[in-house]
Design a protein around this ligand. Structure first.
Ligand SMILES: C[C@@](CO)(OP(=O)(O)O)[C@H](O)COP(=O)(O)OP(=O)(O)OC[C@H]1O[C@@H](n2ccc(N)nc2=O)[C@H](O)[C@@H]1O
Ligand SMILES: Nc1ncnc2c1ncn2[C@@H]1O[C@H](COP(=O)(O)OP(=O)(O)O)[C@@H](O)[C@H]1O
Length: 282
């Protein structure tokens, strides 16, 4: 076996916290899309399970005793009734704890890769069942296709048909753990959004998204003020149709009419920030 899977960044174009469950988990309404940056997972045959982490953000995971990739591999092996055997390599290009679900994308990539490698043939629904106990964001990453997220992240439904457009992702280099942001949230809940079946172009999508928000953005900016600087810088870029934070932050996105515009504007932002522009892939 020699297999590869891309693990694309998940971007929440809006995120409403609609309620809270008795166990403390929050109910969400969100539109998740994928791209333009990704980690990569590679797998080779081996007699036991191992993981090597490399890439620009690999060192951020050096102290991680139980990488989500290994947890996903073990959970899948248990579900499939097989021994977990594979030599995995993760190329970590996405910033860690940054609101774009990098760890979730890696875990989902491991499920897809090992489902093939071990000949398990679990379908998408079955893979999502394995995914959910590992993290609320992993089910939507199993298909890594644009989707509406409901429940705590476990209710995945169809997204509106998306126009071609560009996304610029920017992270100011501050990690922000998800539980901290949910804890810092104050105020009530937002209603679920009403979305059309399709958007004809990026401008129409941006106009509708502008009526919605990310309920975690204000608490995240309060915890990490550089996020506010990123949002201001994105809003000032020519061609930026909408700027918002993704997930629980700190990564923010700018929405552009084309991938080329999103890529070209990268250089206008401080080089100390992580920046990645390109097409919204789904
Ligand atoms: C906020 C979102 C939006 O897509 O994205 P990220 O910021 O992580 O990218 C996700 O819901 C994050 O999912 P994920 O990061 O997998 O969360 P988990 O590991 O399951 O949970 C971490 C912690 O976040 C809080 N949490 C998470 C999900 C949720 N629906 N309600 C919550 O309250 C809980 O405090 C939980 O203990
Ligand atoms: N492969 C992985 N990539 C990133 N984080 C991981 C991974 N495995 C475990 N983690 C842990 O999961 C936490 C959340 O990571 P991540 O998915 O990057 O956050 P977010 O969903 O906010 O972008 C990290 O702080 C780290 O401790």
């Amino acid at each position: 076996m020699s297999l590869r899977e891309a693990a694309p960044a998940k971007v929440n174009l809006f995120l409403h916290v609609t309620g809270r469950r008795a166990d403390g988990y929050h109910l969400l309404d969100s539109l998740a899309v994928f791209g333009p940056a990704a980690d990569e997972l590679r797998g080779e045959s081996a007699s036991s399970l191992s993981l090597r982490v490399e890439g620009p953000f690999g060192c951020a995971l050096a102290g991680e005793a139980d990488n989500l990739v290994l947890r996903a591999a073990r959970a899948l092996a248990e579900r499939g009734g097989v021994s977990p055997r594979a030599a995995l390599t993760l190329v970590k290009r996405l910033p860690v704890a940054s609101g774009i679900g990098g760890g979730s994308a890696d875990a989902a990539a491991a499920l897809r890769l090992l489902n093939r490698a071990w000949g398990l043939s679990l379908d998408e629904t079955e893979l999502r069942e394995v995914a959910l106990p590992l993290g609320a964001d992993i089910p939507v990453c199993v298909a890594s296709r644009a989707a509406r997220m409901g429940g705590v992240g476990d209710v995945i439904t169809e997204a509106p048909a998306l126009p071609r457009c560009g996304l610029l992702l920017v992270n100011p280099g501050v990690a922000l753990p998800t539980p901290e942001v949910f804890r810092a949230r104050s105020g009530g809940f937002s209603p679920p959004a009403a979305l059309p079946a399709a958007w004809p172009d990026a401008a129409a999508m941006a106009a509708d998204l502008a009526q919605l928000g990310n309920d975690l953005e204000a608490p995240a900016v309060g915890l990490r003020p550089p996020i506010g600087e990123v949002l201001s810088a994105l809003r000032a870029l020519p061609g930026c149709l909408l700027a918002r934070m993704s997930g629980s932050g700190a990564t923010c996105f700018g929405l552009f009419a084309t991938a080329e515009e999103a890529r070209a504007t990268c250089d206008a932002l401080p080089a100390a920030w992580w920046r990645e522009g390109g097409a919204l892939t789904g």
